[in-house]
Design a protein around this ligand. Structure first.
Ligand code: ACO
Ligand code: SER
Length: 174
């Protein structure tokens, strides 16, 4: 993928969503810069600006070291916090007040971070914490707190999240 295509990889998925397009363009740019030390030195001011503007002003924490697949969608980008150790697959949706990160253990160490598959639609106010795996084609309902693995093609809701037994998603839900 050339640099231009890389920077705009989320553009179409966020059409009519200018905030999402802008934030994701800025995020992909810091990811490109993060690959080479020389670029980090040259674009140091941009890296600072990204932190100031996207994290402090907009309240969206998408760290430059985050692994995120193509066509990432951000709806209502507010209070969105994703740990840099998280892995997001292709075609995922993140909404307002979503937190995805690790868990502090009794001995003071931290667990790993969630690994999220392709086509995962995450509702508003969801927390996904710990070394959990979310399968492909999953919907996580608004307000869910996910602390265990969620199988592919399922819908999970509630706190703690439970899989809805008689409902599945079709592949390619988004
Ligand atoms: C400004 C904005 O617009 S921001 C957009 C915010 N929207 C979102 O975040 C969308 C998230 N979507 C949801 O939460 C949806 O409810 C879904 C996708 C999880 C489920 O939707 P549906 O498939 O239509 O499920 P349905 O409404 O039939 O409910 C099925 C069961 O799950 C329960 N349920 C549904 N959603 C939730 C939820 N978020 N939390 C807890 N339980 C839920 C229902 O009570 C029902 O339980 P029951 O079978 O015991 O009666
Ligand atoms: N409100 C919609 C997007 O416009 C959602 O969050 O799904």
């Amino acid at each position: 993928m050339n640099v231009f295509a890389y920077l705009f990889q989320d553009w179409k998925a966020n059409r009519k969503n200018i905030k999402g397009q802008m934030v994701l363009f800025m995020f992909r740019l810091v990811q490109v810069i993060n690959r080479w030390m020389l670029l980090k030195v040259i674009f140091f001011l941009y890296l600072m600006f990204y932190r100031f503007f996207v994290e402090w002003v907009l309240g969206i924490e998408l760290p430059r070291k985050l692994t995120a697949g193509k066509n990432l969608i951000i709806y209502h980008g507010q209070a969105l916090v994703v740990n840099q150790g998280v892995v997001l697959g292709d075609n995922c949706v993140l909404r307002n007040s979503v937190t995805i990160g690790h868990k502090k253990l009794a001995d003071g160490t931290f667990t790993g971070c969630p690994r999220i598959g392709n086509n995962v639609d995450i509702g508003a106010n969801v927390c996904i914490i710990g070394d959990v795996v979310i399968g492909d084609n999953v919907i996580i309902g608004a307000g869910a707190v996910v602390i265990k693995d969620i199988p592919a093609n399922s819908i999970a809701v509630g706190n703690p999240a439970r899989v809805l037994e008689n409902k599945t998603t079709d592949a390619g839900i988004l």
